[in-house]
Design a protein around this ligand. Sequence first.
Ligand SMILES: *Cc1c(COP(=O)(O)O)cnc(C)c1O
Length: 225
Amino acid sequence: MSSIANKLKKIHSEIRQAESHAQRKNASVQLLAVSKTKPSTDIIQAYQAGQRHFGESYCQEALIKQQELGSYQITWHFIGPIQSNKTRQIASHFSWVHSVDRLKIAKRLSEQRPMSLPPLNICIQVNISNEASKSGFQLAELPTIIEQISLLPNIKLRGVMAIPQPVADYELQRLPYRQLYQSIMALAKPEIDTFSFGMTGDLQAAIAEGATIVRVGTALFGARA
Ligand SMILES: *Cc1c(COP(=O)(O)O)cnc(C)c1O
């Protein structure tokens, strides 16, 4: 078994354990393999071990890998910062976008989504730690932005994505996710079924607070240069 296959197995067992610890259903959390900066050969190893969903943060890099991996049945997720001049390519080459942080970006993705493809799945990025440097909507803006994005025809609002400030303490890791989860639940929007919460450092806490997708890079592919 390749080392990536071994790591994948280990991450799956951690996810299953966190699900059961949180009394959540088996397989209610999906693994998104974050392959940014890693070569296509690493993606193939994970694919051969059963992984199908991959996340990329840089558009140009992702398009090159998508070309190289054209014969594989991969579902591509865009998770990085989005510049306006990249929306056409993102709308054409991905199934999911987790990092929608401005209404203008959502409008462009909807306008530019090719008619031949199903609606683009979208998560709104929420700035949950109130960090001035981080992009994303504030909690208080959520009701309005959700209404506005729901009206756009060629994208499908699935949920929210958050990247809290990294902290080591498990209880502190849980707090911002809990706050965001509860804010969304209070809106009672049944179409929202996705919580893109948690990375290598905080995946247990994220699962305890309702994550449905965890985005894992380092634990699967090793440290990035
Ligand atoms: C890089 C990245 C990840 C993966 O982080 P790891 O700590 O390597 O697991 C997850 N989400 C986003 C948005 C990222 O940019």
